[in-house]
Design a protein around this ligand. Structure first.
Ligand code: BTN
Length: 258
C-alpha cells in the first residue's frame, strides 16, 4: 500500500503546515508511534500516518476499527506554546477542523459533531479524535476518518458507521482528505494560540449535541440525562436536567435521545 505522494508531503512542508510526515503500512497505533517520535525530539507539526493499526485506540478505552485501505489514520505531534490550562480544548478544536475539512472537501454533506469530537455525516459516525498527552508537554492528536467503506463489513459496535464516500455517493481519496484536514487543523491551531476560546462559538454552531436531549455515560457515577444546553469555556458539556440541575461533563460518551 503506497503512502502519501511525495509531492503532497513537500507541499505541506513548503506551506509550513507540517514539519514532516512519517508513513507506515502497519503499526500498533499511530498515537503510540507519535509518542516515540516525541521521544526522538521531532518538531511540531509532525504527522504519523498509517494504512492499518493492530491496536487502534478509541476514546474511553475502546478500540478503533479501520480496515486496511479504507480510512485516514493519522496522529499529529504538537508542541503547543500556550498555557496547559487550555490543552483541554484541543479535542474540540480538532473536531471543528474535521467538520471544516469535510466542508472544504465536499460542501453539502451536513457534517456535524457529536460532543466532544465525533464526526457525523448525515447523523452517522464517520470519524473520531483521540488526544493524548506526550512527554515534555507535547500533545498527540490522533484522528481517524472513514474515507471509503463501500462494501466493507461492519463488525458489531460500528454497524451504524458511515464513510465520506458513502455520504457523497462516489469515491474519496484519503490523501486529499489528509491535505484538507491538515490545512483546516493548522488554521484552527494557529487561531487557538492567539485566542484560546475564540473558536468555541463556531464549535457550538457545528455541534449537533447542543439543544438535544442526551444520555451521557461517564467513567464515574451513574448516567446523566437531560438537555445539552451549552459548551463551557473549558470545553465541558453543560447538561440541564428536567429538575433544573446543571451538570458539567468533562469526559463521557453522549447518546442523542429523542
Ligand atoms: C474515537 O473513539 O472516536 C476516537 C478514535 C480515534 C482514532 C484515531 S486513528 C489514529 C489514532 N491512532 C489511534 O490509535 N487512535 C487514533
Amino acid at each position: 500500500m503506497a503512502g502519501p505522494p511525495d509531492s503532497l508531503v513537500s507541499a505541506l512542508v513548503a506551506r509550513g503546515l507540517v514539519s514532516g510526515v512519517e508513513w507506515h503500512e502497519i503499526v500498533t497505533s499511530t498515537n503510540e508511534v507519535a509518542a516515540e517520535a516525541i521521544a526522538r525530539g521531532v518538531r511540531e507539526v509532525h504527522a504519523v500516518v498509517a494504512d492499518e493499526q493492530i491496536a487502534g485506540r478509541g476514546r474511553l478505552g475502546r478500540t478503533w476499527h479501520a480496515p486496511s485501505g479504507t480510512s485516514l489514520i493519522c496522529s499529529l505531534v504538537l508542541r503547543p506554546m500556550v498555557s496547559s490550562d487550555v490543552f483541554g480544548l484541543i479535542p474540540l478544536l480538532t473536531g471543528l477542523a474535521l467538520v471544516e475539512a469535510v466542508d472544504a472537501f465536499h460542501p453539502g454533506l451536513d457534517a456535524a459533531l457529536k460532543w466532544p469530537n465525533d464526526l457525523l455525516l448525515q447523523g452517522r459516525k464517520a470519524g473520531g479524535v483521540l488526544v493524548e498527552a506526550g512527554q515534555g508537554g507535547a500533545v498527540i492528536v490522533g484522528i481517524g476518518v472513514n474515507v471509503d467503506w463501500r462494501g466493507v463489513d461492519r463488525p458489531p459496535g460500528v454497524s451504524d458507521a458511515t464513510s465520506l464516500a458513502e455520504a457523497m455517493g462516489w469515491g474519496a481519496d484519503r490523501w486529499d482528505v489528509l491535505a484538507t484536514l491538515i490545512t483546516a487543523f493548522s488554521a484552527r491551531y494557529r487561531g487557538w494560540h492567539l485566542q484560546p476560546i475564540g473558536f468555541l462559538s463556531d464549535y457550538t454552531r457545528r455541534c449537533a449535541t447542543i439543544g438535544r436531549n442526551v444520555r451521557v455515560t461517564t467513567l464515574q457515577g451513574p448516567a446523566i440525562s437531560g438537555r445539552a444546553a451549552d459548551i463551557a469555556r473549558d470545553g465541558a458539556l453543560v447538561v440541564s436536567s428536567p429538575y433544573g440541575a446543571i451538570t458539567k461533563v468533562t469526559a463521557g460518551d453522549v447518546e442523542h435521545v429523542r
